[in-house]
Design a protein around this ligand. Sequence first.
Ligand code: SF4
Ligand code: F3S
Ligand code: FES
Length: 236
Amino acid sequence: MELTLRIRRFNPETDTKPHWEEYTIDADPDQKLLDALLYVKDHLDGTLTLRKSCAQGICGSDAMRINGQNGLACRVLIKQVNTPVISIEPLYGLPLIKDLVVDMEPFWKWYRAIMPWLVNDEPAPEKERLQSAEQLARYDDSTKCILCAACTTSCPPFWANGNNYVGPASIVQAHRFIFDSRDRATAERLNIMGQAFGVWKCRTVYNCTEACPRGIRITEHIGEVKRAISLGMPKE
Ligand code: SF4
Ligand code: F3S
Ligand code: FES
């Protein structure tokens, strides 16, 4: 099939603002969008700049805006998009570096802020710290996050308050530890989430949940963190 990729381009060395460029290729509908982009880079315009690594939906590096919706280029098939022209843009809400590459540092800043590690200074048991299946189920969904930023960069409150809102990805990461029975920093984590930059900036827009390539129930988990702050942690 004939497919036109309409790509928002920006070269900081020559451009004052982004512009659109179009590339028409012969594409296989079963092809990944990432492969079509790499075809353009390899055969039509070697200056096209994008991030990718695993090409398997694992590393989270190729999130971008595809026909107005965030997704991973390596997880989207051309037949799923199903339009003769596919518009591709860099993620919104993060500083643009070049073409489809944004500066992820503001995203990582918020990730670091939620203490993304297990806190437990109690003496280690002889073997592993055991959990029941029910204890694992409380946070298991959040462990699927690959930190691609598709959720945070589709969230209008993050667009408006990027410097002052932790964003849904970091709330998912906080949820992952808050509801982990082995963690001992629950109060500290809930205190972080209750700050002005925390969960209360969420307006339940749901874009994050729709954007997540891992199908994580983000809005539901944000609600669980909000309830834990206002009503206390639910009993195990
Ligand atoms: Fe990506 Fe989903 Fe994690 Fe957000 S929650 S960073 S969309 S994997
Ligand atoms: Fe944003 Fe998701 Fe809340 S899109 S407003 S974090 S439900
Ligand atoms: Fe790794 Fe797409 S390239 S998730």
